[in-house]
Design a protein around this ligand. Structure first.
Ligand code: ADP
Length: 239
């Protein structure tokens, strides 16, 4: 598989805090890459640097063969971003949000198709803020899909959702994965990372501890019946 994203030696500090401390990583075309790590480990900052939303202090980011420092506008047309729940969409209805986002892009996917796939039709005239968490997340996934992106970024897409809503959201995500899209997400749910991700990147205190397939990470532990949760406890926490 070829790399759709290549980050090399990226660093980002906020005052004395080294949020990202020399991370290099390649994301392969068509893979689902999960980023795990404790709160404050640097997951969001790493994701936001890959998305072009934050500039690294040092290092380079290449997305789809383009340098993010020089061609961020072209890159934005080809990526989809689902951020953590924000107040941004609170005052608009689902349909309005979809239309607004659609106006940002040159290339667009058929909105009606996205509405059908994500089951949003009954909710189009509702305010986003009045939807349950699961439907808010589906709405923001729909917004991330509008430009038919090659790469989809999801920052903790299932946080706070009940088990059924999480399962259903993964059904939606997997549908787009089958189309060959590359998906990069952060999550605190080790069960879903183990089940759905091709590879897992473990970040701890701004450093990339390991990146590998879940089963290979699990096989580094001695105990039989270990899960990705054990991997997390072994590698992502503590000093
Ligand atoms: P994670 O997503 O793993 O929880 P973050 O990337 O959000 O981690 O944060 C990494 C570190 O950088 C944390 O110590 C956090 O407090 C700090 N940080 C993140 N964003 C900012 C910011 N805008 N200003 C100051 N510190 C920040």
């Amino acid at each position: 598989m070829s790399a759709v994203i290549e980050i090399k030696n990226i660093k980002k500090s906020y005052g004395n805090v080294k949020a990202v401390d020399d991370i290099s990583l390649q994301v392969k075309r068509g893979e689902v890459l999960g980023i795990i790590g404790a709160n404050g480990a640097g997951k969001s900052t790493t994701l936001e640097i890959m998305m072009g939303l934050r500039k690294p202090d040092e290092g380079t980011v290449t997305v789809l063969g383009m340098d993010i420092a020089k061609e961020s506008e072209q890159i934005k047309q080809k990526i989809g971003i689902q951020l953590q729940q924000t107040a941004l969409y609170d005052r608009i209805k689902v349909k309005e949000a979809l239309e607004l986002f659609s106006s940002y892009y040159e290339k667009k996917r058929d909105i009606n198709e996205i509405i059908e796939v994500l089951g949003l039709r009954p909710y189009l005239n509702k305010f986003v803020k009045n939807l349950s968490g699961g439907w808010q997340q589906r709405t923001s996934l729909a917004l991330a899909l509008i430009n038919d992106p090659d790469i989809i970024f999801l920052d903790e897409p299932t946080t706070g959702l009940d088990p059924q809503a999480r399962l259903e959201l993964w059904g939606c995500i997997n549908r787009y994965r089958k189309e060959g899209k590359t998906i990069i997400l952060s999550t605190h749910y080790m069960d879903e990372a183990q089940k759905h991700c091709d590879r897992i990147a473990i970040i701890k205190k701004g450093k990339l501890i390991s990146v590998d397939e879940p089963k290979r990470l699990i096989s580094t532990l001695e105990n039989d019946g270990a899960t990705l949760e054990d991997v997390y406890l072994q590698y992502a926490v503590g000093n």
